[in-house]
Design a protein around this ligand. Structure first.
Ligand code: ATP
Ligand code: MG
Length: 314
């Protein structure tokens, strides 16, 4: 049976500073708007691979919302669960890279259209028809979005579905009230955990990656994939450890790499592929994402991933 993937979370436009520096305290050149939002990028990648995909979210009746709906639809994502809210504004993120490669964000999520996502009849129907849920930590950072994500989780799990979870935490949202409890609640039900780097230690007492992974496996999380940026990725389950080196590409814009990686891993994983194949393709998707400016601009089809692997592997 072909499984359908659902995500619940923010849809944003992203505006990217074209120069490096610390944030937005002075006027500066910008480029955008680009379709964005970690859950949206994730599900766009799933759709591009031909895996049935849907998102529950909310946008304003404005160009920023239309831009996103058009892109997701073109890439095969079911947007029936995206409510268009008249009189509200689509969410946004402004991002500027610092010289050390770190990023400064200005987010407008909690008070935008996607900050509150009531369960519409269309969303309710998706909770009944989807087999897998992917949750991003950012979607737990606003109360009006978190409750819907947790409702989707309860419904899909009750029907025997599976959950993947990417903490995807930004320093800007870590202090949100109630976030920690929601993260713990989601982690406890996670089948496939997709942290990047230090996020592995957010939920463990361990201070070393393998010990942290073992601690999580011991708590019932079936499989863990640790994303390590330009250092590649590592898959860990009870009986198996796999490492993959990053493909050698020129990094232009790393935003969206983790989401493209995740969407690809989940697509292959749900289709029953061996974790090694899933890791290989996810690694290629992450690599391809960093070569393209704009968060969702670097999502990939299967043919694009195969072409990148041929080029970089020989
Ligand atoms: P984000 O949340 O910004 O989308 P992330 O922190 O979740 O990113 P990363 O670890 O940065 O995720 O990247 C995910 C994967 O993409 C990596 O594990 C790797 O496979 C690939 N990748 C990332 N950066 C590079 C790079 N510079 N070169 C090649 N592959 C990369
Ligand atoms: Mg991430």
């Amino acid at each position: 049976m072909v499984k359908k993937v659902l995500t619940v979370g923010e849809i944003l436009v992203e505006i990217v500073a074209t120069t490096r520096g610390d944030g937005f305290l002075e006027p500066q050149p910008l480029v955008g708007p680009f379709p964005s939002g970690a859950p949206a990028i994730f599900i766009d990648q799933v759709g591009k691979l031909g895996t049935p995909a849907a998102i529950v979210s909310r946008v304003g009746a404005d160009d920023f919302g239309a831009l996103n709906i058009e892109r997701l639809t073109a890439d095969g994502v079911d947007v029936s669960g995206v409510e268009v809210a008249t009189g509200e504004t689509t969410g946004s993120a402004f991002v500027r890279y610092r010289n050390d490669g770190s990023r400064k964000f200005v987010f407008n999520i909690a008070h935008s259209a996607c900050g509150t996502v009531p369960i519409t009849p269309a969303a309710d129907a998706l909770f009944d028809s989807c087999d897998h849920l992917h949750i991003m930590g950012t979607a737990l950072s606003s109360p009006g979005l978190k409750d819907t994500a947790l409702a989707a989780l309860a419904r899909i799990k009750a029907r025997g579905g599976t959950l993947s979870f990417d903490p995807n935490l930004r320093p800007e949202i870590l202090g949100t009230p109630g976030l920690r409890a929601a993260l713990d609640e989601v982690l406890a039900q996670t089948d496939l955990f997709l942290p990047s780097g230090e996020e592995l230690f957010l939920f463990t007492d361990a201070s070393e990656p393998d010990a942290a992974a073992d601690e999580l496996l011991g708590r019932g999380i079936g499989e863990i994939v640790i994303k390590n940026g330009s250092r590649g990725a590592r898959y860990v389950s009870a009986g198996r450890k796999l490492d993959v080196a990053a493909l050698s590409v020129e990094e232009l814009d790393p935003t969206g790499a983790g989401d493209s990686f995740g969407g690809t891993f989940v697509s292959f994983w749900l289709s029953g592929a061996d974790p090694e194949a899933a890791l290989h393709y996810a690694n290629a998707a992450g690599a391809r994402a960093v070569t393209v400016l704009g968060p969702m601009e670097g999502t990939s089809t299967r043919a694009e991933l195969d072409a990148l692997c041929r080029r970089t592997e020989g």
